[in-house]
Write a protein that binds this ligand. Structure first.
Ligand SMILES: C[S@@+](CC[C@H](N)C(=O)[O-])C[C@H]1O[C@@H](n2cnc3c(N)ncnc32)[C@H](O)[C@@H]1O
Ligand code: SF4
Length: 367
């Protein structure tokens, strides 16, 4: 469920987010979300792709934008409507908004996991990234979250920041580890087109520095007992993020909210769904969900682009369950990749070498 507003747009970000205004009507947005949920759940909620799938909602992710600007009572209202017994329910939090509402109220609303956008612990880097918070607010947000009873916390950190040294990146990671989150998302900063950074590119570390940051960072996380289970995701035992695992195993999900994307399977066909990005248009028009068919020929590459990001991949049979195509359609390519020691024979997964050269592995599925 997407909340499309932020205090201020960060110069590197291409998520669907708009600066929030005094006049932003949260109640109207809540009503649009409720309508959207009812419509999409009514249309797609009963579709099942594989026998092993259940119709139950296993994860709800309030993402953004900055959903920690959304009044807790409205999140509670949404959760009254969405069946969520046993679900992982995540809220993304910008530490600069930790003073807006009480974490206790998010807890009472039913949220059981927080994903906090720290990005860096260096005030200089945070300023360069245009963040609305400093280091101290990250530490306070984590403390407040714990005090409110949240134990399942993720911290987002970015690396390869403008002018960053190996020491700077490792110091960020160490400070993240010291806060004892259950999950760390460690993303390399990418310059996305149509962002402010694309227009005035900052000077990023050169390749050898990036490689050193990556190697030393992976070792630091492993030594601290964080298991890497996806290219950028690291967790303590039993704390892999269900929400992300659904994407990466090419599962079905509903995308509710302005600019939200979904993926649904119905009667042998697989579709991507998309809602209008502009909050105003979305609110006027929340009955129309744009559907795009994923053609048969494109399903293998879409599946592999997701599943092979997972360090352990997925069982071989998941391919047929989720793409609705027989394994034979990729068997020859797979055999060749096995012979090059880039993928495993027993699972739909890369070898460590294949994970390093993932782009080259994926290219084989393009034809
Ligand atoms: C929707 S934001 C998280 C919540 C909140 N909006 C915030 O920024 O604190 C999702 C995460 O994606 C990561 N991210 C966004 N743009 C990125 C980029 N250009 N390169 C790498 N990571 C990026 C950031 O770590 C960010 O926390
Ligand atoms: S606060 Fe988060 S979603 Fe908003 S602009 Fe910054 S990175 Fe993007």
């Amino acid at each position: 469920m997407h909340f499309p507003w932020c205090v201020k747009k960060c110069p590197y970000c291409d998520f669907n987010s708009h600066p929030i205004k005094e006049s932003t009507d949260q109640k109207a947005y809540l009503n649009a979300l409720l309508l959207d949920w009812r419509q999409q759940h009514g249309t797609f909620g009963r579709a099942r792709i594989a026998e092993s799938d259940t119709q139950q909602v296993s994860s709800i992710f309030f993402g953004g934008g900055t959903p920690s600007l959304f009044e807790p009572q409205y999140l509670a209202r949404l959760l009254e409507e969405v069946p969520h017994t046993g679900a992982e329910i995540t809220l993304e939090v910008n530490p600069g908004t930790a003073e807006y509402f009480r974490f206790e109220d998010y807890k009472a609303a039913g949220i059981n996991r927080l994903s906090i956008g720290a990005q860096s612990f260096s005030n200089r880097q945070l300023a360069q990234l245009g963040r609305v918070h400093q280091r101290g607010e990250i530490v306070r947000a984590v403390a407040k979250a714990r005090h409110a009873g949240f134990s399942n916390i993720n911290l987002d950190i970015m690396w390869g920041l403008p002018g960053q040294s190996v020491e700077g990146a490792l110091d960020d990671l160490q400070q993240t580890i010291d806060l004892e989150p259950k999950h760390i998302s460690w993303y390399q900063l990418t310059i996305e087109s149509k962002t402010e950074f694309a227009g005035r590119p900052p000077i990023l570390p050169v390749d050898p520095v990036l490689q050193e940051i990556e190697q030393a960072g992976l070792a630091l996380l492993a030594d601290a007992g964080f298991q890497r289970y996806e290219v950028s995701a690291f967790s303590r035992q039993g704390h892999r993020c269900r929400h992300n695992l659904i994407y990466w195993s090419f599962g079905d999900y509903l995308g509710i909210g302005a600019g939200a994307h979904g993926k649904v399977s119905r009667e042998g066909a697989i579709y991507r769904t998309r809602r209008p990005s502009q909050p105003r248009l979305y609110q006027q028009d929340s009955q129309i969900t744009e559907l795009t068919l994923i053609p048969d020929a494109q399903r293998p590459i879409e599946f592999m682009m997701n599943a092979l990001r997972l360090v352990d991949g997925v069982p071989l049979q998941t391919f047929a369950e989720r793409t609705l195509l027989p394994w034979q359609s990729v068997r020859e390519v797979w055999k060749e990749l096995v012979s090059l020691e880039l993928v495993r024979q027993d699972r739909c997964a890369t070898t460590p070498l294949g994970l390093r050269y993932l782009d080259s592995v994926l290219e084989r599925f393009l034809s």
